[in-house]
Each structure stands twice: as structure tokens, then as C-alpha cells.
Design a protein around this ligand. Structure first.
Ligand code: VG1
Ligand code: CO
Length: 543
């Protein structure tokens, strides 16, 4: 079968965002669009020649077609061996697990994560490096630069292969192994946690639910929670991955997983409930009458790391993305371990994890994980909570409230303004950036602004610098307001405003986060002059 060189023209919009290249399906369906990006990966990643590639995605619409194209291009570009999840399925953390376990030269993960799927939805692709993690900025930049000059791609003329049967086939000279997408990942989880203790908990009168939101975690959760740990059948809901996620929004938060939240409320509420996103790297943790914010979750898991078999001997440090609340900072201080503050996006944790500087890391955006892989990991977080609950034998709410009493609490919320006109959103940020220095010392019916800056990160391992990672206003009492524009959206701009206030007086702890943050929320509108710039002061999504 002949390998063909196809002439092509560059697209100018293939710059990867926070987590890979994400576009509307219709954009990916343009002739040569996917091919150009994939060829740019092969052109800039010579280690793949003669090497092994991991390939899979979250099962959304266009996943299968894209996999067939990538397989034909991989063999034409000299890849020797490819590991593909059965049915084209691999959750993002499972792909990371495979890359690491089989020491492959990288992986291509097909997902637009929590963005809706289907013919009118989104699609995405990202390259993960041999450490199993999302490519760092210098790699994504090289790929992007290549897309701007690409003029041909290589592809084998061949028929589609059968992705649904485990076993080995060849595409040209390349060996393709269709693997069980769950097995290696499930084994890794067993090494991280006390499965006997969790099984004991799940076989008792503990009542829980896991919502896979019709996305990729269904098969993983069923195998691990129901088959291996003995949770009753039906514990996993919406467990069959659908190409359009059942028309829903596979984003586990209080808005999109509202039904699940309702099942945890009131005296008859479930003891525990959790959900994951499109590609299985996010998690939402709920107990009866309590939502555990991702920032608190990271702090609580860090404080309790010794209950996890993998971390019984202690952890070197933790990291959080800059907009994530400072709850974990206090824990790090108390435990006398290192704390790192990175820009938004999991790729920034990679070097810290590789260098053994941190064991846990997390983002406010429902991302939590550890050094076991190089991606955030939804089911890992769920199992971590189950492990903790099995040891503690107390309700989630008590564990959280005790944590606040011991370490203090950070009230935290994120307000998202979606579908904002791009030019207007950029103008808002530009103006804020300009007036930053003049706002130092200002006061908005509360504490003064101690410092205001445009977050810049210097990677402590390789010294690489990332500029313009969010505008932050630090108040004298430890409160913060952070503004940034999303790097994962596909239409218009999304403005994210992150607001937090520490409260160390236990007698003052109140349940209503929005009320507790009301003065700062108002200040966040005034500082950015939201009404003037975008004509709105009501966010679309509050988390
Ligand atoms: C969002 C989150 C960020 C996360 C990213 C990818 O990015 O804020 O914390 O790492 O999504 O998550 P942004 O640029 O839209 O704020 V996922 O589950 O897509 O891989
Ligand atoms: Co995701």
C-alpha cells in the first residue's frame, strides 16, 4: 500500500490553548485540518520515529474517524508501534498511565474535555510527552510554529481497521495493539489506595453514586467501583459513553451535575456522590449536604496523605494553580512541606512531579491528582475520598468542617462570563493590566489592596518563564481577586473571575459562600468595570 505525500496549506488557528487544540467539530472536519496538526506533531517530535505512540480519546463524535486518520499518518511517519484503547476509548489519566507504564515516546489524546460533543459540539487533540504529561509550552509552541509553515503531510492509503476487538493488527509496517482501556489503569489505582478498606466501606450501609455524565469514565468506574470494590450495581449512573454525551454538558459542577447534587441533599441524601468530566480527568466531590470545593479537596487530601498507602511515608510538597484557593498553602505550612504556585493548566505541574518536588497537585477547576500519572485524575480523587472515608468512618461534612476548624477556611468562588465578545474581553483585560499599579493601596469598602500584578511564572526546574498568566489583586487580609480569560473555549471569550477570602475564626464559619464573599464580588465588578466593558454583572456559571 502506498504512502502518499499530500500537498496542504497552513491554517493560522492551530495554536494549542490551556489543554491542547480545541475547536468545533466542523472546524476539524475541514480537509487537511486534523492532518496538518498531526503532521506538525510528527515533524517536531522525532522520537516518535521507530517508537511507540499511545492513542485514544473520550469517545466523543469524530473520535473514531480521527483515530483512523492518525493511525495511517503514524505509520507513514515511521511510528513502529501504537497502543490504542479498545473502541478508541482512553480516559486522559489512563492514556498518561499507558505512556508511563510502557515507556512510550508519547501519546495523542483526542478530547475537548468538558466541552459538549456531537456534530455541533467540540473536538480536540493534544500531544503528551514521554513523561505522560501534556506537552510543556516550548513543545506546544514548536508544534504551533510548524503548523504555520506546513505544506505537505504523509499518510498511508489503507482501509480502516477494527478498533473494537482486543488484539494486534498492522497498519502498513506499524504494529497496532488494541488494548483494554481500563486494565492497566485499574491496577495502578489498586497500588495507590487501600482497596480492602474501601471495599469494606462500600459493602456496608454506605450509600453512594458516581455520575459518569455519559462520558469516558463509565467503563472505568463500573470496573473499579462495582466489579472490583463491590459497590452495588447501579452505583455508576450515565455509565455508557455516548458520542454526544446524551446532549449534556460533561462538566461536573453545581450547574451541570445538578441532579446528582439533589440526590445528596436532606436527611435521606446519599453519603457520598461524585462525577467526572468528558475525558475523565476532573472530579466533583459531594457529601450529604455538602459540596467539597476542589480547592478544599486538595487541602484535605494533602492534610490526610498518610491514610493513602502510596504516601504513608510522607510527601515532599504540593502545588496548586495560581487561581486555586490558598487553603492548601496553610496545610503545607503546618506540615512543613513545600508549596508551589503555577499557572493554570496541568502542563505546569509536570516538571515539579518529574523532579519529585511534589506529590499532590490541584486546580480549582475540579482537577486533582498526584505523581501516579502526569494528568489530573477524576477517579483517583474519588478513590482518595473513599479511602479517606473508609479510614475516618465519619460523614464528609464532618471531615470538612473539622478541617476548617483546624486550618481555617478559604471562602472561594469562581464566576464565569461565557460567550463574551472577544474584543471587549481583551479590552477589559488590557485596561486592567494598564491600571494595575495605580490600584495598589486602594480600598473597596474593606481591606486594602496590598499588591496587584500580572502573574508571571518561572519554572523552578528548567527556568522557563510564562508571562501574563492572570491578573491578581492581593488584599491585606489575604483575600484575592483574580481575572483571566479562558484558554479552552471555542466561541467568543470566557472571562473568569476568581474570588477568595480567608476566615480563621471558627465561630464565624457560615454556609453561604456567595454571601460570605458578597463585598469582594461587588469589588470585583467595580475594579474591572464589568458593566461598562461587557454590559453584564451576572455570571453564567458560578462554582
Ligand atoms: C480550564 C481550567 C483549567 C484546566 C483546563 C483544562 O482552562 O480553568 O484549570 O486546566 O480547563 O481542563 P481555561 O483556560 O478554560 O480556564 V480539562 O478537564 O479540559 O483538560
Ligand atoms: Co477534562
Amino acid at each position: 500500500m502506498p504512502i502518499r505525500e499530500i500537498a496542504t496549506q497552513p491554517f493560522d488557528d492551530q495554536k494549542p490553548g490551556t489543554s491542547g487544540l480545541r475547536k468545533r467539530v466542523t472546524v476539524f472536519q475541514q480537509p487537511h485540518y486534523l492532518e496538518n496538526f498531526v503532521q506538525a506533531v510528527f515533524d517536531t517530535q522525532p522520537q516518535l520515529q521507530g517508537g511507540t505512540l499511545v492513542l485514544g480519546g473520550d469517545g466523543r463524535y469524530y473520535n473514531r474517524q480521527a483515530i483512523q486518520v492518525i493511525l495511517r499518518m503514524a505509520t507513514a511517519n515511521g511510528v513502529a508501534h501504537c497502543l490504542v484503547g479498545q473502541g478508541g476509548i482512553l480516559s486522559t489519566p489512563a492514556a498518561s498511565c499507558l505512556i508511563r507504564k510502557y515507556q512510550t515516546q508519547g501519546g495523542l489524546i483526542l478530547s475537548a474535555s468538558h466541552n459538549p460533543g456531537g456534530p455541533d459540539g467540540d473536538f480536540g487533540i493534544k500531544f503528551n510527552t514521554p513523561n505522560g504529561g501534556p506537552a510543556p509550552e516550548k513543545v506546544t509552541e514548536a508544534i504551533y510554529q510548524r503548523t504555520l509553515e506546513i505544506d505537505r503531510y504523509r499518510i498511508l492509503d489503507a482501509d480502516d481497521i477494527d478498533l473494537d476487538h482486543i488484539g494486534e493488527v498492522s497498519v502498513g509496517t506499524m504494529r497496532v495493539e488494541i488494548v483494554d482501556p481500563v486494565a492497566d489503569y485499574a491496577e495502578l489505582m489498586r497500588q495507590q489506595f487501600d482497596f480492602d478498606a474501601i471495599a469494606g466501606l462500600l459493602r456496608g450501609d454506605f450509600r453512594m453514586a458516581f455520575d459518569a455524565m455519559h462520558a469516558v469514565t463509565g467503563p472505568y468506574a463500573k470496573r473499579i467501583l462495582e466489579e472490583q470494590l463491590g459497590a452495588p450495581a447501579g452505583t455508576v449512573v450515565n455509565g455508557v459513553p455516548l458520542e454526544d454525551f446524551g446532549g449534556g454538558h460533561p462538566d461536573p459542577n453545581l450547574t451541570y451535575a445538578a441532579e446528582l447534587v439533589a440526590r445528596t441533599q436532606g436527611p435521606q441524601g446519599l453519603d457520598f456522590a461524585a462525577a467526572s468530566d468528558g475525558d475523565g480527568d476532573r472530579n466533583m466531590i459531594l457529601g450529604r449536604d455538602i459540596f467539597v470545593t476542589p480547592s478544599d479537596s486538595l487541602a484535605i487530601l494533602t492534610a490526610n496523605h498518610r491514610v493513602f498507602p502510596a504516601w504513608r511515608d510522607g510527601i515532599p510538597g504540593v502545588a496548586r494553580s495560581m487561581p486555586t484557593s490558598q487553603a492548601v498553602d496553610r496545610v503545607a505550612k503546618a506540615l512543613e512541606i513545600d508549596l508551589y504556585e503555577t499557572p493554570t493548566g496541568w502542563k505546569f505541574f509536570g516538571n515539579l512531579l518529574d523532579a519529585g518536588k511534589i506529590a499532590f497537585c490541584g486546580e480549582e477547576s475540579f482537577g486533582t491528582g498526584s505523581a501516579h500519572v502526569r494528568e489530573k485524575d477524576g477517579l483517583w480523587a474519588v478513590l482518595a475520598w473513599l479511602n479517606l472515608l473508609a479510614v475516618e468512618q465519619r460523614p464528609v461534612r464532618e471531615i470538612v468542617r473539622d478541617h476548617w476548624r483546624r486550618f481555617g477556611r478559604n471562602y472561594y468562588t469562581r464566576h464565569d462570563y461565557e460567550g463574551v465578545d472577544k474584543t471587549k474581553a481583551e479590552a477589559l483585560m488590557e485596561r486592567l493590566r494598564r491600571i494595575l499599579p495605580t490600584l495598589q493601596g486602594e480600598c473597596y469598602d474593606g481591606p486594602r489592596i496590598l499588591r496587584a500584578d500580572d502573574f508571571r511564572y518561572v519554572d523552578p526546574v528548567d527556568g522557563s518563564v510564562s508571562e501574563h498568566q492572570g491578573l491578581r489583586f492581593l488584599f491585606e487580609d489575604g483575600s484575592r481577586i483574580v481575572y483571566r480569560l479562558s484558554g479552552t473555549g471555542t466561541v467568543g471569550a470566557t472571562l473568569r473571575i476568581y474570588i477568595e477570602r480567608p476566615e480563621t475564626r471558627p465561630e464565624r464559619l457560615e454556609d453561604d459562600t456567595q454571601a460570605a464573599l458578597a463585598p469582594l464580588i461587588t469589588a470585583s465588578h467595580t475594579i474591572a468595570d464589568l458593566a461598562y466593558h461587557i454590559g453584564r454583572e451576572e455570571p453564567d456559571v458560578i462554582t
